[in-house]
Ligand binder design. Structure first.
Ligand SMILES: *Cc1c(COP(=O)(O)O)cnc(C)c1O
Length: 497
C-alpha cells in the first residue's frame, strides 16, 4: 500500500516514509492510495480476540511495509498494562441504544493516548526503515491534551527527543501541571507568552528555518511531528471503532449481519471522526457519522451547507480541545469525497489560506449530507447535559463527551432514530473538573484544583484517575517561559547544541 498527497496525486511514498516525515512537502496530507476492506467475516473473527489483536489486524492492512511481528511489538508496547483494566477502550451501556466508547483510560486521561502511545513505536521503526541513525526531534505546540499525551508517549524512547510549547494562559491548571512535572530524560517543556496560535506559528517557523535545520543536520538530528496530520496518529484511531462494533456483537446488541450503528464524535481537528469515516469505508456497518461541535461551529455549518468559513468569532469554551477554527483533517475527507481529485483539493486549500473560506462542489456536498449529520451546543447546554445524564443515568461525562451526547439528543429528536449509537468519549471528567463539578454540584466549586477533584469524587463516587491524583506530590521540572522570538534559542538550548 502506497500513500499519496491530498494536494498532488503524483506523490507516492511508503507508510514508513509518510509516518517518519509527517506532512507532504507540497503542504498536503498523506493518504492511503485506497481504503482496504475489513470484511464481516473478519469482524466475526476479530470479535473473538482482544483489543491488541484487533489493532494488529486493522493496522496490517494499512502499514504494509511493517511485518506482522513488528506491528505486534508496537501494539504490545503501546497498550499492554497502560490503559487501566483488561479492555483498552471499553464500551459502556448508559441507556437504551446509547453506548459510550471510553477512550481515556490511558496515562494522560484523554483519547490522544490511543494514538500517541502507539505513534512512538511506529515512528522509531519508520525512521529505521527510511533514514536510519538519525535522532528524531518532535516539536509540539499544544492547547493542552496533545502536549501531555505526546510527552508521555515519547518519554525515554531511544532515538527521540521531544519539546512541547504551551500558551502560558491557554491551558487548564491540571493540564499545565501534567506537563511541567513530566518525567523522562529526553523531554522539554516551555511556556510561551501568547496564545495557542503564537505557539503554533513559532513551531511552524522553526520547522522551516534553514539555519536550525543545518544545525540539526550537523548533529545527525531531524524534526518530525506528532500532531494529527501524521498518518501514524490516524491509523490507530480506526481500530477502536471496529473494536467497539465487535464488542457490541459480543454483547448481543448487534444481532444480524450488517446491523448498523450511528457514531457520534465530539470534533475539533476532524481526526477522530475521520477515522470513523475510514472504518465505515472499510466496511464497518456505520449508519450516520454525527459530528458534534461546541460554539466554535465551523464544521456544523460546513456539513450543512458545503461552505467552510473560518472568518467568525472565536469562543473560549469549557470544551477547549474543540476550540478550533481550522480542522486540518477535513482535507483528507474532501479529498476522498472528490474522487481523489488533488487539483480540486489544492484549489480549496489555497482559497482557505488566502480568504479563510472555500465552498465544495455539488457532488461533494451531496456525499457529505448522505454520510454525515452535524450539530453544536454552547457551554450552558453542555453543562445541562452533564447534569441530566448524571442525574438520570448516573453516568459522569466530561465536557467534550457531553457535547456529543447533547448533539445526539438533537439528532434523535429530529429523526426519531432507534439505531444504536456509539458515542466517542474523549476525556476523563476529572480532566475538566471545574466545569463538570459546576454542572453537577455548583456549590462545591472552589479555587483549588485538587480540592475540586476530591469534591467531584465525593459527589459522583467515580474514582479519581491515578495519574491525576498523583500530580499533587510531583515536583515541577520545567518553569521556563519565553516569547515567540525566543523559541528557536530554547530549542537549541534544550537539545544542547
Ligand atoms: C483532541 C480532542 C478532541 C478533538 O478531536 P479531533 O480528532 O481533533 O477532532 C475532542 N475531545 C478531547 C478531549 C480532545 O483532547
Amino acid at each position: 500500500m502506497n500513500y499519496t498527497s491530498t494536494r498532488d496525486n503524483s506523490v507516492k511514498v511508503s507508510a514508513a516514509y509518510a509516518i517518519a516525515t509527517g506532512i507532504s512537502p507540497d503542504g498536503g496530507l498523506y493518504v492511503p492510495e485506497n481504503i482496504p476492506e475489513f470484511t464481516y467475516d473478519e469482524l466475526v473473527e476479530a470479535a473473538k480476540t482482544d483489543y491488541r489483536e484487533r489493532a494488529v489486524r486493522v493496522l496490517e492492512k494499512y502499514l504494509t511495509d511493517f511485518t506482522g511481528e513488528e506491528l505486534r511489538e508496537c501494539v504490545d508496547g503501546a497498550y499492554t498494562g497502560k490503559f487501566g483494566g483488561e479492555n483498552v477502550a471499553p464500551v459502556v451501556d448508559i441507556a437504551e441504544n446509547r453506548f459510550v466508547l471510553e477512550l481515556w483510560h490511558g496515562p494522560t486521561c484523554a483519547f490522544k493516548d490511543m494514538a500517541l502511545q502507539l505513534l512512538p513505536h511506529l515512528l522509531t521503526r519508520s525512521v529505521k526503515k527510511t533514514c536510519d541513525g538519525k535522532e528524531i526531534v518532535i516539536l509540539v505546540a499544544t492547547s493542552g491534551d496533545t502536549g501531555k499525551a505526546a510527552l508521555e508517549g515519547f518519554r525515554d524512547v531511544p532515538g527521540t527527543r521531544i519539546i512541547v510549547f504551551y500558551p502560558v494562559e491557554g491551558v487548564s491548571s491540571i493540564q499545565k501541571r501534567q506537563m511541567v512535572t513530566q518525567e523522562g530524560g529526553n523531554v522539554g517543556v516551555c511556556a510561551i507568552k501568547g496564545n495557542f496560535d503564537d505557539a503554533q506559528t513559532g513551531v511552524k517557523r522553526i520547522f522551516t528555518d534553514p539555519e536550525i535545520a543545518s544545525e540539526l543536520e550537523k548533529h545527525n538530528m531531524a524534526f518530525s511531528s506528532a500532531n494529527s496530520i501524521n498518518w501514524g496518529r490516524l491509523a490507530p484511531q480506526i481500530v477502536y471503532y471496529i473494536s467497539a462494533y465487535a464488542d457490541l456483537m459480543n454483547k448481543g446488541v448487534i444481532k444480524n449481519r450488517g446491523d448498523k450503528v450511528n457514531v457520534v464524535v465530539p470534533t475539533g481537528n476532524f481526526g477522530n471522526i475521520l477515522a470513523a469515516y475510514y472504518a465505515k469505508k472499510m466496511g464497518l456497518p456505520i449508519g450516520k457519522l454525527i459530528c458534534a461541535s461546541n460554539s466554535n461551529n465551523v464544521l456544523t455549518d460546513f456539513i450543512r451547507t458545503g461552505v467552510y468559513d473560518r472568518n467568525r468569532k472565536f469562543y473560549t469554551t469549557i470544551s477547549p480541545s474543540m476550540d478550533i477554527l481550522i480542522s486540518s483533517n477535513l482535507e483528507r475527507l474532501i479529498y476522498d469525497l472528490s474522487g481523489c481529485d488533488s487539483a480540486r483539493v489544492k484549489g480549496w486549500m489555497d482559497s482557505l489560506a488566502a480568504t479563510g473560506r472555500y465552498e465544495v462542489d455539488e457532488d461533494v456536498k451531496a456525499k457529505i449530507s448522505e454520510l454525515f449529520w452535524a450539530g453544536c451546543c454552547n457551554d450552558a447546554s453542555t453543562q445541562e447535559t452533564i447534569k441530566t445524564v448524571f442525574d438520570s443515568r448516573n453516568y459522569l461525562s466530561d465536557t467534550h463527551t457531553a457535547v456529543a451526547l447533547n448533539v445526539l439528543g438533537q439528532y434523535v429528536k429530529e429523526f426519531g432514530s432507534d439505531v444504536p449509537a456509539i458515542i466517542a468519549s474523549t476525556a476523563s471528567p476529572y480532566k475538566f473538573a471545574p466545569a463538570v463539578l459546576g454542572a453537577v454540584a455548583s456549590d462545591k466549586v472552589s479555587e483549588d484544583e485538587f480540592d475540586m477533584l476530591t469534591a467531584l469524587c465525593d459527589v459522583s463516587g467515580v474514582e479519581i484517575p491515578a495519574p491525576l491524583a498523583g500530580l499533587k506530590g510531583k515536583a515541577v521540572r520545567f518553569d521556563r517561559v519565553c516569547d515567540g522570538s525566543g523559541m528557536k534559542d530554547t530549542v537549541l538550548d534544550m537539545l544542547g547544541i
